[in-house]
Design a binder for this molecule. Sequence first.
Ligand code: NAD
Length: 315
Amino acid sequence: MAETYLVTGGMGCIGAWALYHLQRSGKRAVNFDQSSGRQRINWLMSAEDQAAISFVQGDLRDTDALKSVFAEHGVTHVIHLAALQVPFCRANPVLGAEVNVTGTVNIFEAARATGVDHIAYASSIGVYGPPSDFPPGLIPHDAPKKPRTLYGAYKVCNEGTALVYCEENGITSTALRPYTVYGVGRNQGMTSEPTKALVAAAKGQPYHIPFSGTMQFQLASDVARQFILAAEQPLAGACGFNLGGGAPVTVADFVDAAKLVLPAAEIEVADNPLPFPAGFDDSALRARFDTVYETPLEDGIAETIAHIQRLGDRI
Ligand SMILES: NC(=O)c1ccc[n+]([C@@H]2O[C@H](COP(=O)([O-])OP(=O)(O)OC[C@H]3O[C@@H](n4cnc5c(N)ncnc54)[C@H](O)[C@@H]3O)[C@@H](O)[C@H]2O)c1
């Protein structure tokens, strides 16, 4: 059977990069997203390259629509990314639960109905509580999950949903938990500020990042490729992995790396640490996957700035 990759949320940042990499490697991709706005995809791909992708506009909350997409497109691989981010869940908790929790159940239901037996999906380091919950050091992938946001609580619920679908229906799954994703296309969500600062700096404009702290930065392109690998290489059971991405660095370090490329950049960083632990241990991910995509931060920032500059007025 021909392989078909379903990406949910392909109009979003990580999803657009997933579509980019799938198309570039000649894989058939279907995007399911409620949005028809191709802004981020246009930043990554020509209209000609986009023509190879099937775009389906639909709502994750619509069980039948998802089942139809799986059946009609012969979906064999699933990369489930569509979700509402922290600020949106905070602003509308009911909608947040419908999209992030019920929507994920719908993905598993559509898989069950069509015989798809593995799903890769996005969780988040938001499943964990603040640094005060943990001893010092990197947080292991199986550390206790006591989120302090509804967004995080919904992600915990999804990881529980995945466990039950594995036990009751034999559908295996791999959740990846990104931290601060940066790169072209990262323009919404709580931790999108460092990327917005790169866009401003590349245009010669000042920017104020409203948080500080130590964290792990992950390049959107790398994250997307890791999701593709997670969809292609099923593991036994319902697994969840932190995406690490090297030693934690401060937001100020991120700005310093940007200044290596743009010495005149005017980026201020507020004295306001985010309430998340500094770093997450990705050794479990490394033990289970031969490849972990991890562009060094300075290279990723330089690539991102160059990409922003190529886009010029289009971004
Ligand atoms: N970006 C990060 O730093 C980060 C960190 C941790 C986890 N994640 C997770 O990774 C995934 C992708 O993140 P992103 O930054 O690309 O998100 P994004 O906000 O850029 O994109 C999300 C996409 O989901 C779509 N969507 C929202 N509601 C929908 C619905 N009801 N039906 C269909 N589509 C819908 C949106 O239209 C959008 O295109 C999400 O699940 C997110 O929670 C992201």
